[in-house]
Write a protein that binds this ligand. Structure first.
Ligand code: 6GU
Length: 225
């Protein structure tokens, strides 16, 4: 079973996300265990503080190394981690290829940054991979960790109902997904393409491939390079 430990100073942001839908079912079916840790629990002072001013001055607080190191080491005493991932806007942008690779791992740790970030020594000493979800700044790494965990967990065999559906995702083969339709066949004069109701499987596959190619050329020509 895959295990994902997420370290955060705002763990309540993550709790409800993993308590729902596919992610809840994946955990109930023992495909994955997601454990969220409150970094504040590893503070040693009575006010449970975990941040301090930056050396050298400047605006913004820095997450200190001590509580984070204590938390990471406590977890490492229980299991060996394949990757310790720091979610940060200056990391490499997440791509499906990376997500595919991570979905094959056993134990992953994800560290969510906040404020001005974590003390650089956390990154130097513990972190093995730094990832961003895009070129915009969030107030914390929690949403990015949730995005990454969701993208990974849905790839674990057995997690999706239709076991083949992850294979036909946009990006899985550098093509965007084709349009899909359901009933009614005619909504206020807007009709479903005839071919999809022909029952001709090979023709339908060909049509879907053509539509994928057309969409990709129009919307994401960069994927075809
Ligand atoms: Cl991983 N963290 C934050 N704070 N902002 C981001 C991000 C991560 N990825 C994009 N923006």
């Amino acid at each position: 079973m895959m295990r994902i430990d997420i370290l955060s100073c705002v763990p309540s942001l993550l709790d409800s996300f993993f308590a729902h839908s596919i992610l809840k079912r994946a955990q109930q079916a023992n495909h994955v265990q997601v454990v969220i840790h409150d970094i504040r629990d590893y503070s040693t002072n009575k006010h449970r503080t975990i941040d301090d001013y930056a050396f050298g001055g400047g605006a913004g607080m820095v997450l200190q190394i001590e509580p984070i190191a204590r938390c990471i080491r406590a977890l490492q005493s229980e299991r060996t981690y394949d990757e310790i991932i720091y979610l940060t806007p200056d990391g490499a942008q997440m791509q499906q290829r990376m997500v595919n690779q991570l979905s094959l791992k056993g134990n992953l740790m994800m560290l969510c940054g906040h404020y001005k970030g974590v003390d650089q020594r956390v990154r130097d000493m513990f972190v093995t991979k730094e990832l961003s979800i895009g070129d915009y700044v969030l107030s914390g790494g929690e949403l990015a960790a949730a995005v990454l965990a969701d993208a990974i967990i849905r790839l674990i065999p057995g997690v999706l109902n239709d076991e083949t559906s992850a294979l036909t995702d946009s990006f899985q083969d550098n093509l965007l997904a084709p349009p899909v339709y359901s009933r009614p066949a005619d909504f206020e004069g807007h009709k479903v393409p005839e071919i999809l109701m022909s029952g001709h499987e090979a023709k339908i596959e060909e049509w879907r491939y053509e539509q994928s190619l057309k969409r990709t050329k129009e919307r994401r020509p960069d994927l075809l390079q």
